[in-house]
Write a protein that binds this ligand. Structure first.
Ligand SMILES: Cc1cc2nc3c(=O)[nH]c(=O)nc-3n(C[C@H](O)[C@H](O)[C@H](O)COP(=O)(O)OP(=O)(O)OC[C@H]3O[C@@H](n4cnc5c(N)ncnc54)[C@H](O)[C@@H]3O)c2cc1C
Ligand code: SF4
Ligand code: SF4
Length: 372
């Protein structure tokens, strides 16, 4: 093991088995030797090292100097400060509990189809459509429904046009490591790729850029974050929704979380499941996650506004601000000032603070918790 050139051996002990791994899969997509793979069975959602070239706990390429997996990992050592410095030129202050931002607005798609298909205001879908149709990006990594037998099952996917964006709009509350669709996007010829995902995933491009993780970092040039307290293990479908409420995976057409877990069914039915019954299915990788507000995305989005028809939109970077201005100018979205909804902003601060407290005291100190 080398202290100067940390590699898979250190990532394995400090992050993967150290309780910090979110399963974002960034380490897998940067590995140039293809010795890492993803285990999403039985609630695991973790990377693993193949038996070849070092076995489960070590890596012969790492021993020879390859450090790419640790450079991509948005939970490795001093990740938060390094990404903050790279993206914003400074570490955030303790008061910036939901991260650094330039503007906060409520936004929604003006295209009625996108607005209807979207989880909240359809802002993310409008953004992706606009960026694809205006030659800003070649492809985006999102989450799609698997579709097998019409079941509600999510998987990472690539979108390159409006129809694909529409088909993948809406929120799934089980984990989709959208980064894993990266190789498919590159095989399709994409060079400018947007990543949509929760904070665990949208911190990955910043980590890669801060630690110079090469081509992947350059290609993932736009990140759209989804506010997130937790995702649920897939077992929730059979063990809770089906066993207690008689709702099969294939019956579900839409879900949302608004104080309760809401399920809309194909036959027009609607079921509410109390959140306290769902907590037992919290995905392991979320339990130490400090990032509610997707703090390293160019633009972060959420549904905690007073109206379900608007997306709470936090613009963090100049690139994000430029893109939003272009969308407004083109009439692709309409916006209102965020402070028209003070309750949403208060909730944003509160939920961000709750997640911050989950970061383990044994790991490197998170900036906003130093003084608490
Ligand atoms: C797991 C999860 C938890 C969330 N928790 C909160 C929360 O606690 N509070 C809050 O305010 N907002 C939360 N959100 C965000 C919210 O649900 C909306 O995604 C956000 O407001 C954008 O709405 P929209 O209408 O603009 O997006 P849309 O136009 O509907 O686009 C949504 C995008 O998200 C992608 N996506 C959907 N499901 C997943 C998934 N499981 N993993 C990765 N990508 C996915 C879709 O492919 C699509 O590209 C959560 C989202 C997810 C996916
Ligand atoms: S947090 Fe992401 S990059 Fe880090 S070890 Fe886990 S899957 Fe890999
Ligand atoms: S809480 Fe959300 S952002 Fe954090 S690890 Fe879980 S899915 Fe990712």
């Amino acid at each position: 093991m080398s202290q100067e050139k940390p590699h898979w051996a250190e990532l394995f002990t400090e992050v993967v088995t150290g309780g910090l791994c979110t399963g974002c899969a960034a380490c897998i997509i940067v590995c140039p030797h293809d010795v890492l793979d993803y285990d999403d069975q039985n609630g695991n959602y973790k990377p693993f090292h193949l038996d070849v070239d070092g076995g489960r706990e070590d890596c012969t390429h790492g021993e020879k100097g390859c450090t790419l997996c640790t450079r991509a990992c948005p939970r490795f050592r001093n990740w938060e400060e390094e990404i903050d410095e790279k993206l914003f030129g400074r570490v955030r202050t303790d008061d910036e509990v939901f991260g650094q931002s330039l503007d906060i607005v409520l936004a929604r798609a003006t295209d009625p189809e996108l607005a209807t298909a979207g989880q909240d205001g359809g802002f993310v879908s409008a953004l992706l459509t606009f960026a694809l149709e205006n030659d800003i990006i070649d492809a985006a990594l999102v989450s799609a429904m698997d579709g097998a037998n019409g079941e509600w099952r999510t998987k990472p996917a690539v979108v390159t046009n409006r129809a694909e964006v529409l088909a993948t709009a809406g929120s799934r509350y089980t984990y989709s490591a959208n980064t894993l669709a990266y190789p498919e996007a590159v095989e399709g010829g994409a060079e400018r790729i947007a990543l949509v995902g929760m904070g665990c995933q949208t911190s990955a491009p910043g980590a890669m850029q801060a630690r110079k993780a090469g081509k992947v970092a350059r290609r993932l040039g736009l990140t759209i974050g989804l506010l997130c307290s937790k995702t649920f293990d897939d077992a929730i479908f059979e063990e809770l929704f089906e066993a207690k409420y008689g709702v099969a995976r294939a019956d579900i057409v839409k879900m949302n979380i608004k104080g309760v877990f809401q399920l809309w069914l194909k036959d027009g039915g609607f079921v509410e499941v109390p959140l306290k019954e769902c907590h037992a299915y919290t995905r392991e990788g979320c339990k130490a996650c400090p990032d509610f507000a997707a703090e390293h995305a160019d633009i972060s989005t959420g549904g905690i506004g007073e109206s379900n028809d608007w997306t709470l939109t936090i613009v963090r970077t100049e690139a994000g601000r430029e893109l939003l201005s272009a969308m407004v100018a083109a009439g692709a979205v309409e916006t209102r000032p965020g402070d028209e909804d003070p309750a949403a902003l208060a909730l944003l601060r509160r939920l961000a603070g709750v997640s911050r407290k989950r970061w383990p005291a044994t790991a490197v100190a998170a900036p906003s918790l130093r003084s608490t």
